[in-house]
Design a protein around this ligand. Sequence first.
Ligand SMILES: [Zn+2]
Ligand SMILES: [Zn+2]
Length: 247
Amino acid sequence: MQPVRVSFLGTGDAFSAAGRHHASYLVAGGGSTFLLDCGATTLASLKRGGIDATAIDLILISHLHGDHFCGLPFLFLEYLFERPRQRPLRIAGPPGTEERVHALFRAAYKELAAKPLPFALEFTEMPPDQPVTFGPVHVEPFRVPHQEREISLGLRVGVAGRTLLYSGDTGWTDELIVRSADTDLFICECCFFDTRVPFHLDYPRIADQRTRFGTKRLILTHLGREVLARRHEVDIELAAEGLTIEV
Ligand SMILES: [Zn+2]
Ligand SMILES: [Zn+2]
């Protein structure tokens, strides 16, 4: 089996703790290259890593917070001017994604957004618990506790015989145990160390539950100031900016 490559483009929280970039992970395998999330700094992350933005076929968005989807207008700009694109681009996210992405592009570049793009922008909205397939990529979206009314998704993704779990942003839920069963990689948010809130995860909570995750490799990301300050106390793998692994 060919390996699946996962690049950790942005591993910081919304506050860009320690200068880390916003959430984005590039996955390549099974003939597909796709992003998990596209935070505001994603184009910078791609260029920093020498990664060709035109290779991206699909963008999966966990939830409509700026540090997870506000990189899209800059990618559109790249595809308009720097690396002209004709191939369609598919964006899949929680209900409301299409409207919010159009509104975001209009807010950022009003005149450009008023004209048709030279490539088709295709949207798939993913209600929780309705699995969907994009070519070789199989996605099981599930709701996680992060926003009150808006839907935030965790994503269990199958590609090229591997299974990845991405928590998105979430508070603690036993769904993370259930969904991590038989996964090759679990990319899990870890915003906090000392602070405990119902809508994000903290390191002590994850460490407590560590043995219940059925994953081969757990990597913590979306790292905030508290976690980075106490990283010497952490004995779970922390994502590094630009880290690329094979699973
Ligand atoms: Zn969020
Ligand atoms: Zn976030």
